[in-house]
Design a protein around this ligand. Structure first.
Ligand code: M6R
Length: 360
């Protein structure tokens, strides 16, 4: 079942090119370069969107906020389901709640959905397991087509969520007429090209992850830093590391470091920085200087030509904009994976965790 891979997690990370292909199939017409999401036929473009989810699915939601707001100009709130369900919610009938869940059985996400539906607010489910509770209880459901995910650490499911969320942002942007020409010109062709590019790159990404894992396995703590759309990915990188290697890791928005966390920096507290070549790179660079000045070691995930001078630079293909995340994500996943393997941890069944969290 592991098809020659040592762990399900590794197999699932390497399945991501196929997952992207499967998520695009039947939705993006390659010849006409058009997008259709038939599941949304009966739903209006929402005035406001609340995304409700837990764990990795929550990070996918945070990531989507950046592109939905930018492309479709819909205000988006992203909510941790266990908080959302106990708040005094202010929702209107023309709002939409998007529940994201790989398993479709997460207790808090389901509870949040039920509360919302009782108020007459529609719920769109984004989930991976056909016929799951989230799917059954949503007004409309979009399936993520990642195939069964066995490893407790969610990897390919997040990749599939990011593909569908990109399509959703594009779809709503197109319907509202707010899509910028540059987005129109690049996103669908870029998505279609991804599976091949990613398939070619994954072995190299793994090789570098393995090398770095050997050099950093001594660490007891890690910061993960990112700005903009890379901030949710920093949170995800930190979650993956703590979940399977049991190393303390904190994801932060780079700009928040100086508001307290930087006090922790010392040579034994390394930072994994997402320093990709986007408009926020100069800001990230200046945050990294502050870390360096305090003796902190840095792994900088970056693009060629970004002119990063950290001691450990990790160059990934230069895909700009949100599609670059499809290379950042497996780099973070593989780094956590190689750390856990090197430390002899039970990668697929980490302690204290279950694949689906059906209790609150
Ligand atoms: O099935 P769901 O997407 O609702 O699960 C949510 C979280 O429990 C899940 O993403 C968890 O954080 C993963 N183990 C992370 O790898």
């Amino acid at each position: 079942q592991k098809s020659g891979y040592k762990h399900f997690m590794l197999k699932e990370i390497f399945e991501q090119p196929q997952v992207i292909r499967d998520c695009l199939a039947g939705r993006v017409d390659e010849r006409k370069q058009t997008l259709d999401i038939p599941e949304l036929k009966t739903m209006d473009v929402p005035k406001r969107l609340s995304i409700v989810a837990c764990g990795t699915s929550y990070h996918a939601g945070l990531w989507a906020k950046y592109i939905i707001e930018s492309w479709a100009r819909i205000p988006v709130q992203v909510e941790i389901a266990s908080e959302f369900r106990y708040r005094s919610l202010v929702l209107d009938k023309d709002d939409l709640v998007l529940a994201i869940s790989q398993s479709g059985e997460t207790a808090d996400t389901l509870a949040g959905m039920r509360i919302v539906r009782e108020k007459g607010v529609p719920v769109l489910g984004l989930c991976n397991v056909v016929g799951s509770s989230v799917a059954r209880e949503s007004d409309a459901v979009i399936y993520t087509q990642a195939g069964p995910e066995i490893s407790v650490a969610s990897t390919k499911a997040m990749c599939s969520q990011l593909v569908l969320l990109t399509l959703l942002a594009y779809y709503w942007g197109e319907k509202k007429g707010t899509l910028r020409q540059e987005v129109r010109d690049t996103i669908l062709p870029g998505l279609l090209a991804l599976p091949k590019q990613l398939k070619e790159e994954l072995p190299m990404i793994r090789k570098k992850a393995k090398k770095l894992a050997r050099e950093y396995a001594w660490a007891k703590s890690f910061f993960y830093l990112g700005r903009g759309i890379n901030f949710p990915l920093a949170l995800e990188g930190a979650l993956k590391l703590k979940e399977i290697s049991y190393i303390h890791a904190e994801g932060y928005a780079s700009g928040e470091m100086k508001h307290g966390p930087i006090a922790l920096i010392e040579p034994d507290f390394p930072t994994f920085a997402l320093a990709l070549d986007d408009f926020l790179l100069p800001k990230v660079k200046s945050n990294l200087k502050e870390v360096q000045a305090r003796g902190g070691r840095i792994i900088a995930l970056t693009h060629k030509g970004a002119n990063i001078q950290e001691e450990d630079t990790w160059v990934i293909p230069r895909v700009r904009g949100p599609l670059g995340s499809f290379f950042v994500l497996p780099a973070l996943q593989l780094f956590a994976y190689e750390m856990a393997v090197y430390l002899g941890k039970d990668v697929d069944q980490p302690r204290n965790l279950a694949k689906s969290v059906t209790v609150e």
